[in-house]
Design a protein around this ligand. Structure first.
Ligand SMILES: Nc1ncnc2c1ncn2[C@@H]1O[C@H](COP(=O)(O)OP(=O)(O)OP(=O)(O)O)[C@@H](O)[C@H]1O
Ligand SMILES: [Mg+2]
Length: 249
């Protein structure tokens, strides 16, 4: 399984949000790091085909995603950064609604909803209104809808935003368990979340891929005179050195 981006470019007027971005994703968890405005969400919206690209190609197993149409949408799960929520709906009715949008066969819907509710620990509250949920529960509902149809490609845009450390760790563990035989892309500002579960990290800066590698590879790429505040170097230091200010070239 391979999701391949070649020289993908997206512009908003004069502003280049993604600049000739190339990368090949195979099964595993990829952490996407970058400052506000670096192009993370833009990249994810292009991969999910919610945004028109200005250049380059995106293929899944060699086929252009535009030509795949519905068959591509079936293998895709997407958790957006913004919570556009249906507060008056119950968790279950929201998932039924999303399953329809995803064109999951009618007969399979109930079993599929049971499965994702179980995976996200929401089975007990399935008949409660989303408006009564905590932030963490709402995030889990969003994750549950992304998991409908058992997608091979899972795109998660800041899934842990606004959660307390305990809820965050819980959601992170869920995501980790999901990663078998799947391509998972995870954008977040919580560097420690990515450090704990990602197989590979991509550093995005002003729409360009600056560097990629494992946490260890990126840490060992830091110059010896880069002095962190605390003694042992972590991925947080990789972030601060490469992405912390604009002086690095
Ligand atoms: N709809 C839009 N219209 C105009 N410019 C946009 C639009 N969406 C994004 N941009 C610009 O594109 C660039 C990349 O934005 P993007 O949302 O991809 O960044 P991000 O890395 O996801 O940031 P954040 O960490 O804040 O979520 C930014 O300069 C942003 O201002
Ligand atoms: Mg974003």
């Amino acid at each position: 399984m391979e999701l391949k981006l070649s020289e993908v470019t997206k512009k908003y007027g004069e502003q280049v949000a993604l600049d000739k971005f190339s990368f090949s994703f195979c099964p595993g968890i990829y952490g996407i790091l970058g400052a506000n405005g670096a192009g993370k969400s833009t990249m994810m919206n292009l991969i999910t085909d919610n945004l028109k690209r200005d250049g380059g190609s995106i293929t899944f197993d060699g086929e252009d995603i535009k030509e795949m149409g519905t068959s591509y949408r079936r293998i895709l799960g997407y958790m957006t950064q913004q919570q556009g929520f249906y507060e008056g709906m119950t968790a279950e009715s929201f998932l039924v609604y999303m399953a329809r949008l995803k064109e999951i066969p009618r007969k399979a819907v109930k079993k599929e909803i049971d499965r994702v509710l179980e995976m996200t620990n929401l089975a007990d509250v399935r008949h409660k209104k989303i408006g009564s949920f905590s932030g963490g529960m709402k995030q889990r509902v969003l994750l549950a809808q992304a998991l409908l149809g058992d997608p091979k490609v899972l795109i998660l845009d800041e899934p842990t935003a606004g959660l307390d450390p305990k809820e965050r760790a819980r959601l992170r563990d869920h995501i980790y368990q999901l990663s078998k035989d799947r391509i998972v892309l995870l954008a977040t500002h919580i560097v420690s979340d990515i450090e704990a579960i990602a197989d590979s990290i991509l550093l995005l800066r002003q729409g360009k891929l600056l560097r990629s590698g494992t946490t260890e590879e990126l840490i060992s790429s830091l110059p010896p005179d880069w002095t962190p505040v605390i003694h042992s170097l972590s991925l947080e230091d990789v972030y601060l050195y490469y992405l912390g200010d604009d002086s690095y070239e």
